[in-house]
Design a protein around this ligand. Sequence first.
Ligand SMILES: *[C@@H]1O[C@H](CO)[C@@H](O)[C@H](O)[C@H]1NC(C)=O
Ligand SMILES: *[C@@H]1O[C@H](CO)[C@@H](O)[C@H](O)[C@H]1NC(C)=O
Ligand SMILES: *[C@@H]1O[C@H](CO)[C@@H](O)[C@H](O)[C@H]1NC(C)=O
Ligand SMILES: *[C@@H]1O[C@H](CO)[C@@H](O)[C@H](O)[C@H]1NC(C)=O
Ligand SMILES: *[C@@H]1O[C@H](CO)[C@@H](O)[C@H](O)[C@H]1NC(C)=O
Ligand SMILES: [Zn+2]
Length: 941
Amino acid sequence: MPKNNYKSKIIAATFVLLTLAVIGGIVTMIIFYNNQISTMNPTPRPTFPPTTAAPPPSMRLPRNLIPESYEIFLQPHLYSRIIEEVNVTSPNQTTLFTGNSTVHFKCVQRTRSIYLHSVDLVVSNSVVKNKDTDERIHSTVKYPKGSGEFLEVQLNEALEAGGNYSLFLAFKGEISESLYALYVSSYIEGVPDYEGDTNAQRFLAATNMEPTAARAVFPCFDEPEMKAVFHLTVIHRQGTTALGNAERCGSSFIDDEWQYTRFHPTPRMSTYLFAFTVSEFTATPCPHNRVDIKIFARPEATAAGHAQYAASITGKILDFYGDRFGIDYSQRKLDQIALPDLSPAAMENWGLVTYQEGVLLYEEGVTSTLAKERIASIIAHELAHQWFGNLVTMKWWNEIWLNEGFATYMTYIAVDAIEPSFKAKDTCVANNLLTAFEEDALASSHPLSPPEQDVQENYEIFQLFDGIVYSKGAVVLRMLADVLHEEVFNKGINMYLWHFRYNNTDEQNLWDYLQKAVDADGGHINVAKVMDPWTNQIGYPVITINTTNGEIYQKHFLFNDSSESSNWWYVPIRVMSKTTVPSLAWLDSSDKVKKGEFISKNGEWILANVDCTGYYRVNYNLKNWESLLTQLETDPERIPLLNRGQLIDDAFNLARAKLVDVTLALNLTRFLRNDTEYLPWRSAVRNLEYFVHMFDRSEVYGPMQAYLRQQVSGLYNFFRNYTDNSTVPVDHSLQKNQIIAIGMACSSGLPECVTMAREMFSKWMNNNINMIHSNLRSTIYCQAVAHGGRREWEFAWKKYQTSVDTSEKDQLLLALSCTKEIWLLNRYLEYTLNPEKIRLMDTDTAIQYVAGNVAGQTLAWNFIRANWLYVSRGSSVSLILAVTRRFSTQFELDELQRFVTDIDLPSARVEQATEQIRVNIQWVRENKDTILEWFEGEAGW
Ligand SMILES: *[C@@H]1O[C@H](CO)[C@@H](O)[C@H](O)[C@H]1NC(C)=O
Ligand SMILES: *[C@@H]1O[C@H](CO)[C@@H](O)[C@H](O)[C@H]1NC(C)=O
Ligand SMILES: *[C@@H]1O[C@H](CO)[C@@H](O)[C@H](O)[C@H]1NC(C)=O
Ligand SMILES: *[C@@H]1O[C@H](CO)[C@@H](O)[C@H](O)[C@H]1NC(C)=O
Ligand SMILES: *[C@@H]1O[C@H](CO)[C@@H](O)[C@H](O)[C@H]1NC(C)=O
Ligand SMILES: [Zn+2]
């Protein structure tokens, strides 16, 4: 599933490249987890270790009872439609749900209390049975004090170790309206007769449990290690279809109104993967010889064929993984459903994967090919979870990277196999590296595997779904696969999956099985020893190489150079020179060493971390940087593509950490004038974005814009014939670079770009026929609105409201934030408070877009402070991080700290934001003059 990252949907709105983040930022983007739980009143810290049989307030369940299976009945009373008739009072919508469940469990340690999770449920009628004797044990339900999320069933006689028991509970609750647990989603079917026509409105019920919401749907042992088999029956209104994790095994009418749908037992699985939906949706089948695969969507979307693309790739991805892992997908059916409302972007529930519409449905001619790439990537991510996460699950949330790191890593391998033109390997690697490098360079970062005791409270669990877990997880696995060799790595993974299928693991289990594969191959690497520093401590190293004498050493890379650290790593270094092929060297201490591979011969450059297989940055002596620079300016092709992007990224970040002069980094952007490759541009754009954020309110802005304009004009002209005719090149990565070209050209004010965007948009406004190529829409809409006025904005808003097309709506959501008119931005922000205008799942994104716009930054900051209670229902911390991205003065830092104190948010939760701002303050102070001078010189200002 998706992550709680401040880089919400897209934040690269600076150059108005909706696509930038979308493109590769798959990770960034996929992974949004909007924390719906109020984290402002955390439950008390645990006072008991998790293994005791002690009652709450321990945050963890005692281990004295082991669940085996559940029989669950659930009845959402929601109506799927409410038809107004003149002569009849229509029924009122209801959000009630009722149900009952019987959990069968084994007792392994004598006890007189059964503890299980339950929250927001009204529970009645407990019945406890000794299954060995068939006797009933008298019981009462209690809610232990000081713990919001447990219930206790007190027993008249003790349960004995070795005995088998069952517990029946009846319960009721409310279907949530905030995308949490069992929740309601709605949409309009067809073109309504008139505005406010309620007959066109449809409702559906869906679930989203990860990490801890199953307990709000039925009382359960809601921990990932407490796996069980689920037998579900849904009672739902006639005319609707119920879907569950497993196959349907029967359906029957109860009366005129209700029907049962029973499902086969699920595989043995964790509670957070439990799911069901009740809707009027229809299915698109996907041909497959073994698994019954279907894509469910709104009937209109299905009829229009919008699920066809997903249907065409799902089976291929499933087979790819089946072959790769040596284990077939373990159920006979796989449903995927496109939900009008869902936060995160997608969730891997076993056998019933849920997606936001925008990441599953594809409409030829409207959806951009970049969004298509995102669809493929997210499907690949969620399907990888069917093995990593569903079949084999981490023991506890602190090692969630075993789910998310693997799903992210496998994504680019699978997408590369089924859609080779996307070149997913390069882009995904680059994106994950950039994301991980950035988040992990702060002293407030966290290790991939934090200690278990640091991850107990719900908010601590939520917070872990971040760039570290996804992106660092993925690149660290890639590094390991590279040093072990892909075949050995795969073999180890396959043994690991097979041995732990339907079971739980920790990191040590993974290392053990990879070690078995290494040993079998006659290798000598100690996997656990090598990997331990990468997963158990924060950060990553910067390797410093002196190519004059071959001296090399490592040091913990931190933006803030006043942070002390003695961390070091086992670093595998692939190194090459202009004339030699790559070889592997290890750096296995924190000492300075000399190695022949790193000595430059005849003044040639040396390049370390070839193809960026390692998770570290590289710094060189100035002379080597200069040789590399010359190579880039004369014949860039000689340097591997990934490295071309990474050299820029390294230089900019080394400059941020004051390890090289900022002008060295800026000099590295010069060669772009003659480069049309996507990756180097993307890397430059991402780094220059930081400059834009720091300086777009200062006198550096003018010369900086002039330089950007000058750099990008060649690239803009390169694509000009395509752009002016609203067409795109065939090559996929060139398509992405075309979007970069337009976004950067228009936002730096290149006149021909602005004119082009305005003309295309105005043709659409005047003729009501949209001729803009789907790839170019988002950036052109945004630029037209940015350089237009009220008329353009109103048109975009009207289209946003009336469009039933998800891709179109996503593009317009960004466009609306691009205006420079303060009053329009304010209006837009106000609209985010109204879920009928902007869906709850899009609220955060819209606010973050506005904050990305220099004209909207302050508005957004004031807005979230004024409306904190409403907006913090989403991912509160991510919102703060996004809205404070430009903060670079002491005054702004003080404002943030005052606000955090006012709302009583634990300051540890915004530590990343405050550390970043401190770094910004110092960086701007130390570099502003040099940077101003450099831009002035380059731009002839
Ligand atoms: C209400 O009116 C409609 C159409 O006039 C009719 O078909 C329907 O039977 C009426 N319903 C009741 C309950 O009278
Ligand atoms: C719906 O709610 C209104 C107001 O609470 C009530 O007057 C009306 O009788 C209800 N209608 C039905 C069909 O329950
Ligand atoms: C549980 O709920 C279902 C559906 O409402 C009902 O048929 C069944 O009798 C209930 N079970 C018990 C033991 O009450
Ligand atoms: C799960 O793994 C544990 C430890 O390896 C083992 O004791 C247990 O029997 C396994 N359970 C299942 C259901 O395979
Ligand atoms: C690199 O090594 C040479 C030769 O020992 C030395 O003169 C130079 O100062 C070193 N450069 C750096 C940056 O340490
Ligand atoms: Zn995931």
